[in-house]
Ligand binder design. Structure first.
Ligand code: AHG
Ligand code: MN
Ligand code: MN
Length: 322
């Protein structure tokens, strides 16, 4: 089986980017090990602190963030990082050439039930003019990403990654610690009968998404003329993995609970990397108003509505917004 290194070389990734990705994945392998120890190592449950988004941090949120931060800031490849668990950007090496944004542990409420969780990341060039502690360089649209991916800590530890030449899936071989290519150039089916949305928020949604979901729920008796199935992992990384593997549509739309939070998911380290992976696999990623990867961020923890997945289904959903 092909190793990650060979696939990255085949896709034309520059050497320094390959070295950075390998460094980042070394951190993810350590997180994978810590996650798998679970209650034996006392890593489950919550801390007493909240992150900048006002969410109670799980112990594994803090541990995963620290592992990534330590390894990336010592690597020399990274000028600065932004993380869900850090209020501001973290300056790393003045002469680092890359910026890394990450959600160290996505779906961390699942740690308590031994269910799917993962790490999501995106990588962009650090502009020459940038001071390492300047957050403005992170405010680039997703189209500027040079690589993105996630590591899913499930029954097996898997990596989905793109450097802009297709989306490939790798599986961690824990006997020697390497990521091996297990599916190259994923193609997400354009049609689907499976959707993922947290319907408990339905009363807060805007009209277009209400109308769209009502059509799906009407099944073969409604305008779509077929029955749909629903899945919700409560970890974007798990839901997007399913969509990449067999198609589907995943939504976390704007809702009216808090107008300052347009949706729940964060642009830099959740929506953008997943959008890049999905587009590279032939899928579509929209806010309802436009392409996620073209949103110009105004702050590093910015939230966006997310509608992502099989091409025809996302287009049908987005047509409700026009
Ligand atoms: P995080 O654990 O990094 O804060 O992210 C959780 C996110 C996302 O992964 C998931 O799709 C969503 O929150 C689940 O939201 P609900 O609480 O509405 O199920
Ligand atoms: Mn998350
Ligand atoms: Mn998280």
């Amino acid at each position: 089986m092909k190793r990650l290194n060979s696939q990255l070389q085949q896709d034309g990734a520059p050497l320094e980017l390959i070295l950075l990705i390998r460094t980042l994945l070394a951190a993810c392998k350590e997180i994978s090990f810590r996650v798998s120890q679970g209650a034996l190592a006392g890593v489950l449950g919550s801390t007493l602190s909240e992150n900048v988004q006002g969410e109670t941090q799980k112990k594994l949120d803090v541990i995963s963030n620290q592992i990534l931060k330590d390894i990336l800031s010592e690597s020399g490849y990274v000028k600065a990082i932004s993380s869900e668990e850090e209020e501001g950007v973290v300056p790393c090496s003045e002469d680092g050439n890359y910026l890394v944004s990450f959600d160290p542990l996505d779906g961390s409420s699942n740690t308590e039930i031994n269910s799917l969780i993962g790490t999501i990341f995106s990588i962009a060039h650090a502009p020459q003019w940038m001071e390492a502690n300047d957050p403005s360089a992170f405010l680039q649209p997703g189209t500027q990403m040079v690589a993105a991916g996630y590591v899913l800590y499930g029954p097996s530890t898997m990596l989905a990654m793109t450097t802009g030449r297709g989306t490939h899936l790798y599986t961690l071989d824990k006997t020697h610690g390497g990521f091996l290519l297990t599916k190259d150039n994923i193609q997400v089916p354009e049609q689907t009968s499976e959707f993922a949305i947290n319907t408990s928020n339905a009363r807060h949604w805007e009209q277009p998404i209400q109308d769209y979901i009502n059509d799906l729920l009407a099944g073969s008796d409604g305008p779509r003329g077929k029955d749909y199935n629903m899945r919700w992992v409560a970890a974007m990384v798990g839901d997007i993995h399913r969509v990449l593997c067999r198609g589907g549509i995943f939504m976390y739309p704007f809702d009216k609970r808090n107008p300052e939070k347009p949706g729940k998911l964060r642009l830099l380290y959740e929506a953008n990397p997943m959008a890049f992976l999905m587009e590279q696999a032939g899928g579509v990623a929209s806010t309802g108003e436009g392409r996620i990867m073209e949103v110009m961020p105004t702050e590093i923890h910015q939230r966006v509505p997310v509608i992502i997945g099989s091409k025809e289904e996302v287009e049908t959903c987005v047509s409700k917004y026009q």
